[in-house]
Design a protein around this ligand. Structure first.
Ligand code: NAG
Ligand code: NAG
Ligand code: NAG
Length: 462
């Protein structure tokens, strides 16, 4: 699926509309309709000047995601039906706020980010603390063993910086290592990539944050690990499907298994992560080098070796975070979409919005939906040509998105006859993409208007 994040300018005036989007891989299909998530959104804030448009946009994104979801689930059956039930708008409570805003995933996490800002931290500091919290409250989606893509909008310079701290393949990885057994790319030691999240936090903290001490970003997550975290409905459901794996893994069993009743923990119970708390304390004190080349490195390598990972100390020491200015794409409305290079899928979102630019609203809601869905299908067709820009030549996509001629050609294939195809090739796709999951997204805006959007993932959970 897609990833989607958005950024914007707190001084969003109709005369000077600028706002930023970034994408990577699709978050939170898993959480669609999930009550826990709704409560987390209570800290979603409204900023002076631009609230209505922002929320309309959020609603639009939600609708788009729902539509894509329909399309995907129907693709699976190779037939395309109308929705069978009325799609409701998100059940999230809408708060009105004047200064700062955070959307996060774990119950207590947006509050933790807000606290960081109230102590003098900016959006970057708050994003790090929020992500560290999300990592312990939503351990099946993200965490310090994973990686992230981030966009940072600077309200002073009006520039957007994109950060790629996704995990990387170890140096000893080869293109043939999963050919015999593709499952090994998802489960087990070979599926573990060099983690990027911590190095990423450290780089953005040093370059763009720093209003508060590094240690203070870790304290709230450490306290949660030590005091206990409520099992959410989401976690209970996600664990249920992996109960054997949790039971058979001593470390997971210790945290998530209820020995007294011989079953997985349920809503109403808590879990503690004392070992993670110890690790976070060391990183808070010594910096991320503790993991990448320092006091914890040999322990990390020992654990990795136990599960037959091929990651070496050089892989850890050489891990690099990529920081780049965004690629801007302008729309007729005056909005600018900012995206980083693949593996972020932001450019695909830009492609879709370029195709739809001027096509919406159509004369009726049915045609709106048709055009939107077709534009997504063409966007996803393009996505099959993309890869990590360090290894795959992806320059063509930038030319396509900028080219009016190319975009018009795609538009000419979106017909008011409601024609649609279930052949991936019609949409320019190389292959059929299966569903993927296990991604989380946060948005933070500080009182200056600086905005951070981050999509973070562990890839596959259990
Ligand atoms: C935004 O840019 C200004 C000017 O270069 C700089 O002083 C400030 O620290 C930047 N803020 C962030 C959040 O990057
Ligand atoms: C549950 O696990 C099975 C096998 O491990 C997998 O095939 C299935 O897709 C999983 N379902 C969900 C909802 O994750
Ligand atoms: C780790 O850091 C030390 C110096 O701080 C350096 O000498 C060593 O080469 C580094 N290790 C690796 C594997 O790069």
């Amino acid at each position: 699926m897609v990833v989607m994040s958005s950024e914007h300018n707190s001084e969003f005036k109709s005369s000077d509309q600028e706002f930023a989007f970034l994408s990577s891989s699709m978050p939170r299909m898993d959480s669609y309709g999930n009550t826990e998530n709704s409560s987390n959104l209570e800290t979603l804030m409204q900023l002076e000047g631009f609230p209505l448009k922002f929320f309309l946009l959020l609603i639009l994104i939600t609708i788009v995601l729902i539509l894509v979801y329909y399309q995907k689930s129907h693709d699976a059956d190779h037939k395309i039906n109308d929705p069978e039930f009325q799609m409701s708008l998100s059940s999230m409570p809408m708060g009105l706020y004047n200064k700062v805003g955070i959307v996060s995933n774990g119950g207590p996490c947006s509050k933790i980010g807000v606290d960081i800002m109230s102590k003098g931290g900016n959006a970057v500091d708050a994003a790090i603390a929020t992500l560290l919290c999300d990592g312990v409250v939503c351990p099946e989606y993200l965490g310090i063993g994973g990686g992230f893509l981030m966009s940072i909008y600077n309200a002073t310079t009006k520039k957007v910086i994109t950060v790629n701290a996704r995990e990387t393949a170890p140096a000893a990885a080869s293109t043939s290592m999963f050919v015999k057994n593709p499952k090994k790319s998802l489960y087990g030691g070979l599926a573990v990539a060099v983690p990027g999240a911590l190095k990423g936090f450290s780089v953005v903290y040093k370059l763009y944050g720093g209003g508060v001490p590094w240690e203070s970003l870790f304290e709230p997550a450490i306290q949660l690990c030590e005091n206990g975290i409520d099992i959410s409905e989401r976690l209970e459901i996600n664990m249920r499907n992996s109960s054997d794996k949790i039971k058979n893994d001593p470390a997971l069993r210790e945290c998530f298994y209820d020995e007294e009743y011989s079953r997985l923990k349920k809503v109403g119970q808590i879990y503690k992560l004392p070992k993670l708390a110890e690790t976070l304390k060391i990183i808070a004190k010594e910096g991320v080098d503790a993991i990448y080349n320092g006091s914890l490195t040999s322990k990390v390598l020992k654990d990795l070796k136990k599960i037959k990972s091929i990651i070496t100390k050089e892989d850890l020491a050489n891990y690099d975070v990529e920081v780049k200015e965004s690629f801007p794409v302008n729309l007729k409305s005056g909005h600018t979409i900012h995206t980083g290079p693949p593996p972020s899928s932001g450019i695909i979102l830009a492609y879709i919005l370029r195709v739809l630019d001027g096509l919406l609203p159509a004369s009726n809601a049915g045609l709106d939906a048709h055009r939107m869905v077709e534009a997504f299908k063409f966007g996803y067709g393009e996505r099959t040509h993309l890869g990590d820009h360090k290894f795959v030549d992806v320059s063509e996509i930038y030319d396509k998105v900028k080219s009016d001629c190319y975009i018009n050609d795609i538009r000419s294939k979106i017909l008011d006859t409601y024609f649609t195809s279930s052949d991936p090739k019609y949409y320019g796709a190389d292959y059929h993409m299966s569903e993927n999951h296990g991604t989380a997204n946060i948005i933070v805006t500080d009182s200056m208007g600086n905005t951070v959007v981050c999509t973070s993932t562990l890839n596959t959970f259990l």
